[in-house]
Write a protein that binds this ligand. Structure first.
Ligand code: GNR
Ligand code: NI
Length: 172
């Protein structure tokens, strides 16, 4: 197992649509293992493959509470089957947009269908943090970021901050 570097905006790969996975094989098992290790190390509650430069429709997440046992999930070729009409606003962050936290409004609950590492199709309804995380990760697979939901002034300010941060990191 290995951690992999997380890409930071501006980065063209974070703006591309990722490709479906044709079948579960050892490369997908190794990828999800590396992604979970990278996510826990960051630390984060989710990580999508494009964030480590792999353009596949894969994400991992663990939204278990501090006092709950770990609950890592590997999600392949996800599809949102249903979104609740009820919306919920919560503060989001992104490992590809470090140190920025902003409120985003999304459907409160979603029903997800995905391919598991077990090769089976799964279907489940999620709410709370899981629903936020799923929608955030699904966006990554379509080249979308949470800052796209903000106004243009805020978004431009964040973009210039990230350009500066990347330059500083490149020099360090
Ligand atoms: O670690 C993460 N926390 C988080 C908090 C609120 C809403 C979404 C997230 S996902 C983020 C990790 C990440 O960037 N996943 O793509
Ligand atoms: Ni993110």
């Amino acid at each position: 197992m290995t951690t992999r570097p997380i890409l930071i905006i501006p980065e063209p790969r974070l703006r591309k649509v990722a490709d479906p996975v044709p079948a579960i094989d050892d490369s997908i098992r190794a990828l999800t293992q590396d992604m979970l290790e990278t996510m826990y190390d960051a630390p984060g509650i989710g990580l999508a493959a494009p964030q480590i430069g792999v353009m596949k429709r894969v994400f991992v997440m663990d939204c278990a509470g501090q006092d709950d046992p770990p609950n890592p999930m590997e999600i392949i070729n996800p599809e949102i089957l249903w979104r609740s009409e009820e919306l919920e606003t919560s503060e989001e962050g992104c490992l590809s947009i470090p140190e920025i936290y902003e409120e985003v409004t999304r459907p409160e609950r979603v029903r997800l269908r995905w391919l598991g590492l077990d090769g089976e199709i799964h279907e489940q309804e999620f709410g709370e943090r899981w629903a936020v995380c799923i929608q955030h990760e699904m966006d990554h697979l379509d080249g979308k970021l949470f800052i796209d939901y903000l106004g243009p002034v805020k978004r431009r300010m964040i973009m210039s901050k990230m350009k500066k941060l990347k330059k500083e990191r490149a020099r360090a």
